[in-house]
Design a protein around this ligand. Sequence first.
Ligand SMILES: Cc1ncc(COP(=O)(O)O)c(C=O)c1O
Length: 380
Amino acid sequence: MKRGTDPTARTSRTSLVPDHIEALLPYVPGKRVEDLERELGITGAVKLASNENPLGPSLHALAAAKATAERAHLYPDDQALALSLALAGVYGVSRAEIGIGHGSNELIDLIVRTFAGPADHAIVGVPTFACYPLSLAAANVPITPVPLRENLFWDLPALRRALRPETKLVFLDHPGNPTSTHIPADELRAFVRELPADVILVIDEAYAEFATASDFASALSMRDLRERLIVLRTFSKVYGLAALRVGYAISTPEIIGYLQRLRVPFNASAIAQAAAVAALADLEHLRRSVEHNSQERARVTAALSGLGLRVAPSQTNFVCVALERPAALVYQGLLREGVIVRPFGPPLHRHLRVSLGLTHENDRFLSALPRVLDTVPAGG
Ligand SMILES: Cc1ncc(COP(=O)(O)O)c(C=O)c1O
């Protein structure tokens, strides 16, 4: 056969996507209440699976969103000026140090695409927030996954050992997801200071507002220790605006400037921007949300410990509990009880992550769990 006419050869040369895209698996979010209720023909299911704020959004944020919806025919402010200035005021930084994203997820993806490529290298934890390895794999960036101590606590010496000359990005969720744990402030400070200057350290503080430990410190207090530091925050958790998709990065004007070059125009909707500005000003809602979470965190942790289960010391709005048995079976059993939690693959396949909900939702979980555990023998 003449060169160029063999159909098989043509197929292999022109496959639809590159191999690294072929290998990608899409992100799997927590199961939706509507889906479970439809599947089981039940009503009143509760979802404790996506670390949302059970108190809902601030009423001021809601009012701002509604008012802005009246102008839905107009494009949003591409520069998100009001929100950037409000955040700059809260953190005592300049507007040029703030980047707004379509959720912090967009910022994670932007950071990868902006700063790293196949010739670079990135370090992530195992387990960690699934979107870091996803974005890195999508950009074909080689990754070194570094196991956490007991699968739950950051191992900073191991992160240091994983460094290579070509390491460009290190992703650290702090407090961690799905682990819920934090790094003592002095250890984190030393890590931030000592990491080679050419590495970009991304500290994702999606849950920082819920942290109450006396030795927790935000990396925002460590910005003078290194130039290449990006701190990520979100309005999806304590501010209760997950549906509106708005997050922010705080870093140097240079780093933020590069992220701005790659983001899509109008990446934060007008409704999201207005709601976020109002949410930021509603300190009472913030206080109530944190207080409710702290109370329920202590109560749920004590109740689980009372069942003889080990719970990681949580600094977040969820707990990570060791079940000593296959978590997938317990997850399925809880679904049949109308309770949605979050299972994970190895190494946390014997743990469940349970978001802290309203008191009656947490009670629903706590009363269903012993029944389900009775049906799944320990071990396995
Ligand atoms: C550690 C961490 N970072 C980022 C996000 C994403 O948040 P956003 O809704 O702002 O995209 C989550 C959401 O679960 C998270 O757990």
